[in-house]
Design a protein. Structure first.
Length: 201
């Protein structure tokens, strides 16, 4: 694969993943979906830190891409808070605490492999509240943006030149968690009756 194509894929992948959540933001504003605040707070923090790190290393393309994701994630978080969805239980609190520990460890380690591990831990435990929410209330979520996130991460993986844990670990993780969330929401929506839809009939 040519370097030019790898560059294109490394840009297109994150754009698919980030822009795929614009409809999710619109549905949050309309009240059709109810994002789990703990997840979006953790995800906004993780991508925000990644943006700052990229800027500090003058990696402006990466900073631009993670910056777009941060803005969209932050907007979803703000709109969820404005809608008054303050559901927060022990799963949210425990997951967010572990996510914060992962972030601190990620920022303090100088080992590249451990940095990826801690980054994955921080992101995954940010996702746990949404896994829980999509299981108990699947119609409060939307599956398509998460599948697009998985597709975007898969495209990013194709841009990796040398396959290794440091280079490919995070995009592989993002693809798996995106597909897992999307499929979980999709199949749970098939299994669980939509009470809101029934109420409007």
């Amino acid at each position: 694969m040519s370097d030019a194509l790898r560059t294109v894929l490394s840009i297109v992948g994150p754009l698919i993943a980030a822009l795929g959540f614009l409809p999710y933001l619109k549905e949050t504003i309309s009240g059709k979906v109810r994002p789990r605040i703990a997840s979006w707070a953790s995800w906004t923090l993780v991508t925000g830190i990644a943006t700052i790190a990229a800027l500090s290393e003058h990696a402006y393309t990466s900073a631009f891409l993670t910056g777009i994701a941060t803005v969209i994630e932050g907007s979803i978080l703000i709109m969820a808070l404005r809608k008054g969805d303050y559901d927060y239980n022990w799963i949210d609190g425990t997951s967010q605490a572990i996510s914060l520990v992962g972030i601190v460890a990620w920022l303090t380690t100088s080992n590249a492999a451990w940095a990826i591990i801690f980054n994955i831990i921080a992101d995954f435990f940010g996702a746990v509240p949404t896994f829980y929410h999509s299981w108990i209330a699947p119609h409060d979520e939307s599956w398509k943006p998460f599948i697009l996130s998985g597709i975007g991460a898969s495209v990013s993986f194709l841009a990796v030149q040398e396959i290794g844990f440091v280079t490919a670990g995070f995009p592989i993780y993002l693809a798996l968690v995106g597909y897992a969330l999307g499929l979980n929401i999709y199949f749970r929506q098939k299994q669980v009756p939509d009470k809101a839809a029934k109420a409007t009939k």
